[in-house]
Design a protein around this ligand. Structure first.
Ligand SMILES: CC(C)(COP(=O)(O)OP(=O)(O)OC[C@H]1O[C@@H](n2cnc3c(N)ncnc32)[C@H](O)[C@@H]1OP(=O)(O)O)[C@@H](O)C(=O)NCCC(=O)NCCS
Length: 154
């Protein structure tokens, strides 16, 4: 089940951040600020396991008019390839359309084949590259997907 994140989801989201992003992880304080509604345009969603109320994935997006940006999406290691990120992304896209966003943008490390395959499957295409974008010198690939097309994946 996908739902809007609440303040109490902070520790679970922070743990998933560590698991998925390591030294690039957002701080607990940053996650808490987003969940507290202190970041304009911020949308935090979590995926709960159907069998238990545990948070097994989350997505964070920045939604303003015209262009929306997916900032984070991550799923617990043992539950990847089960459609959780797809369900999260579908909901992010729906929320962005509600705000009349025409495009969803994101940045991904060029050395992250799982994420690149996931986004390609979801119809994202490369629009830019930012060399040495990350602190360790890795290039960022900027991907975009139009939200005005009617067809969409479930
Ligand atoms: C990228 C990530 C979010 C995908 O989450 P997920 O829940 O496993 O994705 P889904 O199960 O919804 O995958 C949907 C489709 O995307 C593609 N895909 C996803 N992961 C893939 C992988 N490792 N290799 C190849 N294709 C992949 C497949 O087409 C998949 O469909 P299939 O399983 O029927 O073949 C997950 O790997 C993750 O949390 N990675 C660490 C965090 C991260 O890198 N986030 C993105 C930062 S920009």
């Amino acid at each position: 089940m996908i739902r809007t994140a609440e303040a109490g989801d902070g520790p679970a989201i922070a743990a998933l951040e560590q698991e998925a992003f390591g030294s690039d992880a957002w701080s607990d304080a940053l996650v808490s600020e987003g969940l507290a509604g202190k970041v304009p345009g911020a949308l935090y969603l979590v995926a709960e396991d159907d069998a238990s109320p545990a948070v097994v994935g989350y997505a964070a997006a920045s939604l303003f008019a015209d262009v929306a940006e997916l900032q984070r999406i991550a799923v617990a290691t043992g539950l990847r390839r089960t459609g959780i990120a797809s369900a999260l992304l579908t909901r992010v896209e729906a929320e962005a359309r509600l705000r009349y966003s025409e495009q969803l943008l994101l940045e991904v490390r060029e050395n992250n084949p799982a994420a690149l395959a996931f986004y390609a499957r979801r119809g994202f295409t490369e629009v830019d590259r930012r060399p040495r974008y990350y602190a360790d010198g890795t290039t960022a690939i900027v991907l975009a997907r139009r939200l005005t097309d009617e067809e969409d994946e479930a």
